[in-house]
Structures are given as C-alpha cells and as structure tokens.
Design a protein around this ligand. Structure first.
Ligand code: HAM
Length: 470
C-alpha cells in the first residue's frame, strides 16, 4: 500500500537518505597511490606530523597505566571465569545497522564506513557487542554449556566530535554473558565493572534503569511520543528531530530547554510489565546484598537500540552523569542474538572505556609525583664496567624471575649518571655492582637517604632485596 502524499520515488530517495552514507574508494593504479603518498608527505613538510583528529598515540609515560589497568582486567575476568575472545576490527556495515539500530547516532553519524576493494560495504567496529554476537552465532556457541561468559578488548571507532574523554578511536574492555536470563547475571556483570574500578582505586556509583521487554518499550514509546509532540514547541532543535527518529534519546538530552520537559515526561518504569518489574527488583536486591551503591535514573535509556530490561552506567563517585563521563555502560539484550539469525539467546554485558579510566589513573599518578615511566620500585640497580654490565643483566633477570622488579639502565656507563637517575626515581636503595664485586661475588647495597653502604653476597641478593621491599 502506498502512503498518502509520498510517491514511490520520494520514498526510495528517503530510504537512501536514512542509510549511512558509503564513501566509495576508487581503485587507483599503484604509481598514483605512491605519488599521492609522496605529495602528502611533501605538503606536510615543515609541520609536525600528527595522528588523525580524535585519535591518539599512547606514549611510554602513559603506557604503564594502561598495562597496569589491563593486568587488573585480566585478573578480574579470570576470577569471574570469563573466557577471552577477539573478533575482527572490521565487519559488514549491515551487522551494526541491524544490531545497534538505524536511527541511532552511532549508525547514522558516527560509523567509519567504506567500500572494500571487492565492493563489500564494511565498517570499523563502533563497539564490541555486535561482533561478539555475530561470532557467537558463527561458531554455534549456543551448543556450549550455557551461560557462555566472554570478554574482549580492543580498539573501537566512532566519528564523534572529539573532546575530553571522547575520542574517535578508543579502546573498550567488554564483557558479555550469553544464554541466561537471570537477575544474578546482570548483577554479576555490574559487580565485575564496579569491583574492577574499585580495585584500581576508582570508587563509582551505578546509575540504573529498566527498559522492560520489547513490548513494554513499544507501548511506552507511543505514550512518550504523544507527550513530546504536545511539548514540541518548547524542545531544542535536536530533540524535535529525535521525536520521530529516536524518541527515547530525547530523555538523554543535555540541552537546558529540554530539562523541564524531560522532568515531567512519563517514566518507563510505570510501563513495565509485572515480569519486567519483578526482574528489575531482583537485580536491585542483588546489588543491595553486594553493597554496590546505585541510583535509579528513570531517564537512562542508552544510545543503542538492542537493550531490553536492565540498563546501567558507572560514573566516578560524586560525579554527575554526562555523555563523556560514563566509565562503563551496558545492559541486557535478550532479543539481539535471535534478531541476527541465531537461536533465542538472552544476553547481558557491558563495555568500559579504557581511555577514560586511564586518564583518571594518570591524573592521580601525576598528582602523586610518579615518574610515569615504568612500574614503580624502591630499588635501582647500577653497574660499573663491562663485566659488571654482563653480570648485572643476569642479576636483574634472577630478580625478575622471583617477581622482583628493579629500575636499571645498563646503557649508562657513568655511576654518577646512574645515581642521579636513581634519585629521580626516588628509590630507597641502590644496588651497585663494580669490577671488584663481580670478582668477589658480592654487591653493594646503598641506602639512598643515609648514604650508608653494606656489602652482601650475591647469592643472598633475592632475600635481601625482598627484605628491603617489605
Ligand atoms: P557505550 O556506552 O556506547 O556502550 O560504550 C561503552 C563505554 O565505552 C562507555 O561507557 C565509555 O566509557 C566508552 N566510550 C564510548 N564512546 C567513547 C568515545 N567516543 N571515547 C572514549 N570512550 C568512549 C557500548 O559500546 C555497548 N556495546 C556496551 C555493551 C556491552 N552493552 C552490552 N554489552
């Protein structure tokens, strides 16, 4: 049936406009490509080369915060039995359109899309969930003992307006549990994100809401749209556009003129079916039992279409909800696996923004006066002379195998320069190995504060260093 007032042609062009635009890559002969690269480099002569806007290099001074946090991620995912998996950085565009939703900002405005050389329309992943669900279906993971608990980590891409805490390439740690609809699963995922951040010294508060079942949400949206239309004249331009496209997102608006209208808007919690209400109460009960602090946020709707029932976001304690502020966010998505062609598989998960967490860790490290180069140690190892350098390498390795990390710089020939570095690291003790000590099988331990030196047997080094660290 043809809709009144819209011709078929108009509808076709409207449909086209609703699709994310695909930038066609022309195939160029090899020589042309080489010429382009050369002239591009030429254009930049005299200017420092920069990464693309919204993308960042990770430098060694920040790398250690990154790695330290990554180690915490590995440790907590092991403790909660999540298996590690990875999916490709690129997938077919349609995967993201079908899962994240056509009317969402991520799909409409933010995906990096291009045509591959064989004509396939591909996108750099804007998040991990869609790829993980695709892999779950591809590998028939529904045949594994359920629930299947997985985690992944890697770069994700969104062409957003860059600002503090918002990048175009960012890294997500992502956890998903497939194959169980049980409030304890939702609570466990929230607890993993909460405990991880608490363990690295970032206390957070969980903002939580329920979007109910697909039907609850559809009924609610009808009511919400009617309400928003009645207030249309007072809404911001962006929210006006969203009324038809993605009305739930109006609730997320940060525009000042929208706030009184959002406050008065019907709340989804009143539209939940009895089953969804009970489910949500159960999730909250678990959080109470586990002492996870949370606030109910009726306007929390999330920007991706696949969610049902529980949705949540974690913010640093005492901070307001902002679009760049959520350290981790997620929720339940019971319909997505089936929607993408798999068996009915309820699922729940969250994604955590590495950059946002590392920015906080780094800021704290800088405030505490850390040097920011490598892991901290109270011990520096200095050597003098060729033989000492060779023997030193072995001693450093012996300590490392015992899990003891010491600063050292075997490339520095002068003892004075090494002691200066030791001072910059603020170590309590320096181990000094010279030619004589190599012959004697001994090593000097210098107390950096008092300047007192003690000679010890190299065989006792591990024990002595352990005592010093303790
Ligand atoms: P999301 O809220 O779009 O959810 O992203 C998850 C987290 O990624 C955010 O809480 C934030 O820390 C970080 N993040 C998002 N965008 C940026 C950006 N432009 N720059 C820096 N960090 C950013 C998802 O992606 C869902 N896949 C989460 C999920 C997993 N739901 C169920 N399972």
């Amino acid at each position: 049936m043809q809709k009144k007032g819209i011709s078929q042609k108009q509808r076709a062009s409207k449909k086209q406009a609703a699709r994310p635009s695909v930038q066609k890559i022309e195939k160029k002969p090899k020589e042309d490509v080489e010429k382009d690269v050369a002239s591009d480099a030429g254009k930049r002569t005299g200017k420092t080369l920069q990464p693309l806007r919204g993308m960042k290099d990770l430098l060694p001074k920040d790398g250690r915060y990154w790695q330290r946090f990554y180690r915490s991620v590995v440790s907590i995912t092991n403790a909660y039995n999540f298996g590690y998996m990875e999916t490709p950085v690129m997938e077919e565009v349609s995967l993201f359109v079908r899962s994240i939703g056509k009317g969402t900002d991520v799909v409409e405005k933010e995906m990096y899309i291009f045509e591959d050389r064989d004509g396939t329309k591909v996108a750099l992943r804007p998040e991990h969930t869609a790829g993980l669900v695709r892999a779950f279906i591809t590998h028939g993971m529904h045949t594994l003992p359920q629930p299947v608990k997985v985690w992944t980590y890697g770069p994700t891409f969104r062409h957003e307006r860059p600002q503090a805490g918002r990048y175009r390439e960012f890294h997500q740690f992502d956890c998903e549990t497939f194959g169980a609809r049980d409030a304890v699963v939702d609570a466990e995922l929230i607890v993993v994100a909460y405990n991880l951040l608490r363990d690295v010294g970032i206390p957070t508060q969980v903002h939580i809401n329920s979007l109910g079942s697909k039907e609850d949400r559809e009924n609610y949206v009808i009511e919400l749209v009617a309400y928003l239309r009645s207030k249309r004249a007072y809404l911001s331009e962006l929210s006006k556009q969203r009324i038809n496209k993605n009305p739930l997102r109006v609730l997320d608006s940060k525009e000042p003129e929208d706030q009184p209208i959002i406050e008065e808007a019907p709340q989804i919690i009143d539209w939940l079916s009895e089953g969804s209400k009970q489910y949500f109460m159960k999730v909250l009960e678990y959080l109470d039992e586990l002492d996870v602090p949370y606030v109910l946020r009726p306007t929390l709707v999330r920007g991706l279409d696949y969610y049902t029932d529980t949705v949540f976001e974690l913010y640093p304690e005492g901070e307001e909800a902002t679009s760049q502020g959520a350290l981790a966010s997620g929720g339940r998505y019971d319909g997505l696996v089936e929607q993408l062609g798999g068996q009915h598989t309820p699922a729940c998960g969250f994604g955590l923004g590495f950059e946002r967490v590392v920015n906080i860790l780094k800021k704290r490290g800088e405030d505490a006066g850390e040097s920011g180069l490598v892991d901290q140690s109270p011990i520096y190892f200095a050597q003098l002379g060729e033989q000492a350098r060779q023997r030193g390498l072995k001693l450093v390795e012996t300590l490392r195998r015992e899990g003891i990390f010491v600063y050292h710089n075997l490339g520095k020939p002068s003892l004075k320069a090494q002691l200066e570095i030791a001072n910059r690291y603020n170590v309590t003790h320096t181990l000094i190995l010279g030619q004589k000590e190599v012959q004697d099988g001994t090593i000097i331990v210098r107390n950096m504060e008092s300047g007192i030196q003690e000679i010890i047997d190299q065989k006792k080094l591990v024990n002595e260093v352990r005592k010093l660290i303790a």
